[in-house]
Design a protein around this ligand. Structure first.
Ligand SMILES: Cc1cc2nc3c(=O)[nH]c(=O)nc-3n(C[C@H](O)[C@H](O)[C@H](O)COP(=O)(O)OP(=O)(O)OC[C@H]3O[C@@H](n4cnc5c(N)ncnc54)[C@H](O)[C@@H]3O)c2cc1C
Length: 436
C-alpha cells in the first residue's frame, strides 16, 4: 500500500467531461467506495431514497473503468465502449429515458481469410461454428455436474473456425476458455448492443453530475467492529457512517483495503478466488483501413498473427480498436515491451493481412494498461473453474454494515458497466431497506 493517491495508468489522458460534484455531507448514512458505474448507481439510488451519501473515489476523476478522452479532437473510449445486452442493461433503459444519443450496433462484420476477404461459404462455416460452440457450452452448463473449464465443452472437430470462436470467447471472457468456469458461461449476454455518441465514459460522467464525491480519496481501511463503519481515506481522514457499499474491483480488494475485523472466510475466499480478466484497447487512427462501414467487427483469420478482436471505424471515424487478450498482454509484459511493443505487434499483425502498403497512415495514439493500474488491476473479474458461486455469495451483506457491488457480482451482465450499474442499484436498495 502506498501513502498518497497512487498514479493510475491513463492519467495523462484527461476525461472529456469532468462533472461538477457536490461536497460530502458531514454525517453520511452511507459511504460508497468508488465512483465507477456501480458507485454512481448506488449514490444516485441512495439519494433518491432520501439517504445522506458520501462517495470516496481513489482516482482524480469519476467513471472507473469507463473513460472517454479526446484523441485528435474525437471522443474515444479507453475502457467500456459497448452498451451490451440492451433489453436488460439499465444504462440502455436510463439512456433512452434521458434522451442520451444511443444507437444500435451494426450486425454486419468483416471476415478476412489470410490476405483476402472471406467468401460466403466461409462466412457460413464461421457462423455455424459459433452456434455449435455456444450451444455446446450452454448445454454443458445447464446439465450441471462438477464445474470444469468452459473449453472442455467445445465439441472437437470444429477445425480452424472453432479455434477462432474459442479465441474470441477467450477475449470477451477476459481469459482463455481453459481458465473460465463452464458454469459461469450462461451469464455471457452480449445480444442487442448499443453505442452512445460522445463516449460511454462521458455518459457515466453526466450521471455523476451533482453527486457528493471526494476525488483522490483512496480508502485504505474499513473498520466494522462497532455499530457502523469507519473508513480511512488518506488525506481525507476518517469517515463514519451507518453502512458502506464497496465497489472497488475485486482485484483491488485482494490487498489494497484492510478490513477490521477481517472479512469472514467465505467472503474473503470469494474475493480472492476471482482471476483478473485482461482486455486492452490499442487505439488505431488509420484512415486508409480497408474496412468500410461504421462500428464493424473484423475477424482476421489465418496467418501467424491473428488479432483476437478488431472493431473498425468506431463512430464512423478513422479510429479502430485492436484488442489485446490475456495471452497477448502477457507476452508483451514478459518481454517488457510496453506500449511500443503493442504498436509493433499491431503493425506486424495487420501487415500480414492487408500488406504493408496500406499501413502508411496508421498511427497508434493510445494503448491502455488497465492491468497495471492500481485501481483496477485488470479489465474485469473472471470466475475460474470451480468458483461459480462467488458472484452470488458476495451479494449478502457483511454484518448488515458492508455491501459489495460492481461488475464482478453480476450474473447476467458480468464484466460490463451495465451489470455494475445494476449491482450498484441492488446494493443501494438492500442498504436502504436494512437502514429502514
Ligand atoms: C478496455 C476495457 C474495455 C471494456 N469494454 C466494455 C464494454 O465495451 N462494455 C461494457 O459494458 N464493459 C466493458 N468493460 C468493462 C467495464 O468497464 C467494467 O465492467 C465496469 O466499468 C466496472 O464498473 P465498476 O463500477 O464495477 O468498477 P470500476 O469502474 O472499476 O469502479 C470502481 C471505482 O472504485 C475506485 N476505487 C478502487 N479502489 C478504491 C479504493 N481503495 N478507494 C476508493 N476508490 C477506489 C476506482 O478508481 C473506480 O473508480 C471494459 C473494460 C475495459 C478495461
Amino acid at each position: 500500500m502506498t501513502a498518497g493517491p497512487a498514479p493510475h495508468a491513463h492519467r495523462h489522458l484527461a476525461p472529456t467531461l469532468r462533472p461538477a460534484l457536490a461536497p460530502l455531507p458531514a454525517d453520511p448514512d452511507v459511504v460508497v467506495v468508488g465512483a465507477g458505474s456501480a458507485g454512481i448507481a448506488a449514490a444516485r439510488r441512495l439519494l433518491a431514497r432520501g439517504l445522506r451519501v458520501a462517495v470516496l473515489e481513489a482516482r482524480d476523476r469519476v467513471g472507473g473503468r469507463t473513460l472517454t478522452t479526446a484523441l485528435r479532437g474525437h471522443p474515444v473510449d479507453l475502457g467500456a465502449h459497448w452498451l451490451h445486452a440492451g433489453p436488460i442493461n439499465p444504462l440502455v433503459q436510463l439512456g433512452l429515458a434521458r434522451g442520451e444519443p444511443l444507437r444500435r450496433a451494426a450486425q454486419e462484420s468483416h471476415l478476412w481469410v489470410g490476405r483476402r476477404r472471406g467468401r460466403p461459404a466461409e462466412e457460413a462455416a464461421f457462423a455455424r461454428a459459433w452456434s455449435v460452440a455456444d450451444r455446446a457450452m450452454s448445454d454443458g452448463a445447464r446439465l450441471g455436474g462438477p464445474d470444469r473449464p468452459a473449453a472442455t465443452a467445445l465439441p472437437p472437430g470444429l477445425g480452424p473456425w472453432g479455434r477462432r470462436v474459442a479465441l474470441v470467447h477467450g477475449l470477451v471472457s477476459g481469459r482463455p476458455l481453459g481458465e473460465v468456469s463452464l458454469h459461469d458461461f450462461p451469464s455471457m449476454e452480449y445480444g442487442d448492443n448499443h453505442f452512445v455518441a460522445g463516449g460511454y465514459g462521458a455518459y457515466l460522467a453526466r450521471l455523476a453530475a451533482g453527486l457528493p464525491v471526494a476525488l483522490a480519496a483512496p480508502v485504505r481501511a474499513i473498520d466494522w467492529s462497532g455499530p457502523g463503519v469507519t473508513l480511512e481515506a488518506g488525506a481525507h481522514g476518517r469517515l463514519r457512517a451507518r453502512a458502506a457499499i464497496v465497489t472497488a474491483p475485486v482485484m483491488v480488494l485482494r490487498d489494497a483495503v484492510a478490513f477490521s475485523p477481517p472479512l469472514p472466510d467465505p467472503v474473503r475466499g470469494a474475493i480472492d478466488g476471482f482471476s483478473a480478466g485482461i482486455y486492452e484497447h490499442v487505439v488505431l487512427h488509420w484512415p486508409s483501413a480497408p474496412f468500410r462501414g461504421r462500428d464493424r467487427l473484423a475477424s482476421l483469420t489465418e496467418g501467424r498473427l491473428q488479432p483476437p478482436g478488431l472493431l473498425t471505424r468506431v463512430d464512423g471515424t478513422p479510429f479502430h480498436y485492436f484488442e489485446l487478450d490475456a495471452p497477448l498482454a502477457a507476452r508483451l509484459d514478459a518481454a517488457r515491451a510496453g506500449a511500443d511493443g503493442a504498436r509493433r505487434l499491431v503493425r506486424a499483425s495487420l501487415a500480414e493481412h492487408v500488406g504493408r502498403g496500406l499501413l502508411g497512415d496508421l498511427a497508434v495514439p493510445a494503448v491502455t494498461e488497465w492491468r497495471h493500474d492500481p485501481w483496477s488491476r485488470g479489465s474485469w473479474a473472471v470466475v475460474p473453474p470451480g468458483h461459480a458461486g462467488a458472484r452470488d455469495l458476495l451479494k449478502a451483506s457483511v454484518g448488515d454494515r458492508i455491501w459489495f457491488a460492481g461488475e464482478a457480482l453480476s450474473r447476467l451482465q458480468w464484466g460490463t458497466a451495465g451489470g455494475a450499474y445494476e449491482e450498484g442499484e441492488r446494493a443501494a436498495d438492500a442498504v436502504a431497506q436494512a437502514l429502514g
